[in-house]
Design a protein around this ligand. Structure first.
Ligand SMILES: [Zn+2]
Ligand SMILES: [Zn+2]
Length: 297
């Protein structure tokens, strides 16, 4: 393993994460699951919609054939790669600088994956690292319970302020993606319908629902380390989550929390990290630069 200094993520702001509510009101993880934070009704509707359509699709078309499953999985795989390599490692942590030829399609597939915009994803994620597993964290299961960390925070926590947490992603070409999010999500959900009902359900909502949960297990399951005390970072490496996340590396979450500025999440060859393999390939082609590697432990 190549070693090089990997400076810590420089996030020091102390902005509370949760949506402003009256001081006397219960924190959002104590709300009913069906209540949403101001301006998050669309997120709640979206999550309910893709789940309802997923159940409908699985009942009506439980065996769509390998071709449709393959197309849906391919889009899921590209969306996951875009999220882990572009959103997470490159934009949120600046652990690698991607050439626009690589960055643009990766952001495209991450948006089509339902991962949000570069600005919103990075703002929420930077705040998560700055306040991991404290009441200021945006998605800690140690604070709000499993379902809070897995899904509910998406519509109940309120967005981390972009002006505070991701001003670098609130300009230039990233604004284009912010403006395109809703039309791209509509295309992502509906485009399969051109090829029939089975294609609609499997390429649209079933893929989007699986992609959502594959991403959410990092916030929930990978933050349930029983060995740490209250308020301590509970990130864990979880080997069985590797196939759920297409071996793209996000399951090595304890590694990541200990060195968030490293672009490599799996630190040994047994810790398969296809996101890192992709970055190394891009580096060799001159399409990824300033690649930060983990320091020796
Ligand atoms: Zn985490
Ligand atoms: Zn991170």
């Amino acid at each position: 393993m190549q070693l090089a200094p990997a400076p810590a993520l420089e996030v020091t702001a102390k902005t509370p994460v949760v949506t402003p509510v009256a001081a006397t009101e219960a924190p959002p993880w104590k709300w009913s699951w069906a209540r949403w934070a101001p301006n998050e009704g669309a997120t709640f509707f979206w999550v309910c919609l893709i789940h309802a359509l997923t159940i409908t699709g699985l009942v009506l078309y439980p065996t769509p054939g390998w071709k449709l499953v393959g197309i849906a999985y391919g889009l899921f795989w590209l969306g996951g790669l875009g999220t882990t390599v572009a959103y997470h490692r490159s934009l949120a942590h600046r652990a690698v600088k991607l050439h626009p030829v690589i960055e643009f399609p990766l952001v495209f597939f991450a948006l089509m994956n339902g991962s949000g915009t570069p600005a919103t994803w990075s703002a929420n994620h930077r705040l998560h690292h700055a306040h991991s597993d404290t009441p200021l964290d945006i998605s800690s299961p140690r604070v709000g319970g499993f379902w809070w960390s897995h899904l509910r925070w998406l519509w109940q926590a309120g967005q981390a302020p972009i002006a505070k947490w991701a001003p670098d992603l609130n300009r230039g070409r990233y604004l284009f993606f912010t403006r395109m999010q809703i039309p791209m999500l509509a295309v992502s959900l509906l485009a399969g319908a051109f090829f029939g009902w089975a294609a609609f359900f499997w390429i649209g909502p079933i893929r989007l629902c699986f992609a959502l949960h594959a991403q959410c297990v990092t916030n929930s399951v990978a933050h349930l380390n029983p060995k740490v005390g209250p308020g301590e970072d509970s990130a864990m490496n979880i080997a069985w989550m590797a196939p759920v996340q297409a071996f793209q590396g996000e399951n090595w979450h304890e590694n990541h929390h200990s060195q968030p500025a490293s672009a490599r999440l799996g630190w040994t060859w047994a810790q398969v990290d296809l996101g890192w393999c992709f970055i190394v390939a891009c580096e060799k082609l001159g399409l990824a630069t300033s690649v930060r590697r983990p320091t020796a432990n």
